[in-house]
Ligand binder design. Structure first.
Ligand code: UDP
Length: 242
């Protein structure tokens, strides 16, 4: 078997990408599709950690607008990520993947606590590890959790799954038909041009630690496996100039 292009990755899945065509919540077919894509790269020998978002249920900033205390609202958002993690865990197990879920928010009856060394051991044994609860801190996002976990576990790339958008564009391709896609980009350019690929805290963490990021559309079957096969898919954000 040929070596995968990245031996260990963090895949960031936003909560939005689990809701299918619905407005809210989870879609079973979507979870099944994503699980199959993850199984394929795990079978290729890539060690896979998945950081899940919660935006299909709850975003702290939206509830702050209604007058809710921000930190409290953000903790509710972290709980939303745990719901997604459990749903993904179930869907992965149903396609035959061995999974462990670790949460940054202590919830011992549903998930292991986040313990870095234990997570690494699971990965070494070929288990997919789902990281729930974001960073465990308010005022943060799951993009930042993904960058942080990627660095902590020694991932060689952060793979940002997008929902129907196949990379980073200079403007929103859903609104502007003239939007131009970037094939490659430096972290600095992505940050300074305020491109919406991932939030600035996550991006600067990756920049400071030279962690490559691949932004791609997970809903095109085989895209994820192609990245791990070394093909250029989506947009690569890295230290190297264009
Ligand atoms: N959140 C948080 N700290 C974290 C990660 C998430 O407070 O480290 C909260 C925050 O309220 C956020 C919500 O959880 O709005 C859902 O996460 P996110 O918006 O990152 O999900 P996504 O957009 O990826 O679905």
């Amino acid at each position: 078997m040929t070596e995968p292009a990245y031996s260990r990755v963090i895949l960031k899945m936003s909560g939005e990408s689990f809701k299918g065509d619905g407005e809210f919540g989870l879609d079973a077919d979507t979870l099944h599709f994503v699980s199959q894509q993850i199984k394929d790269i795990s079978d290729m020998g890539t060690e896979v950690g998945v950081v899940v978002g919660g935006g299909n249920f709850w975003r702290g900033a939206d509830y702050e607008q209604t007058g809710m205390d921000r930190s409290t609202a953000d903790f509710a958002g972290m709980l939303a990520t745990i719901m997604n993690a459990l749903a993904l865990q179930d869907a992965l197990e149903r396609v035959g993947v061995t999974v462990r879920t670790q949460s940054a928010v202590s919830m011992p009856s549903v998930a292991e606590p986040y313990i870095r060394r234990r997570a690494v051991r699971h990965l070494e044994k070929g288990r997919v590890v789902i990281f729930a609860g974001g960073t465990g801190n308010p005022y943060m996002t799951t993009d930042t959790a993904a960058a942080l976990r990627a660095l902590e576990i020694g991932a060689t790339a952060l793979i940002m799954a997008k929902n129907g958008i196949d990379g980073v564009y200079d403007s929103d391709p859903l609104k502007n038909p003239e939007a131009k896609k970037y094939e490659k980009l430096t972290h600095y350019d992505a940050l300074s041009q305020r491109l919406q690929a991932l939030d600035s805290t996550a991006l600067s963490l990756c920049m400071d630690n030279s962690l490559p990021i691949v932004v791609f559309d997970i809903f095109k079957a085989g895209n994820l496996a192609s990245i791990l096969s070394g093909e250029h898919v989506g947009t690569l954000i890295s230290d190297e100039a264009k």
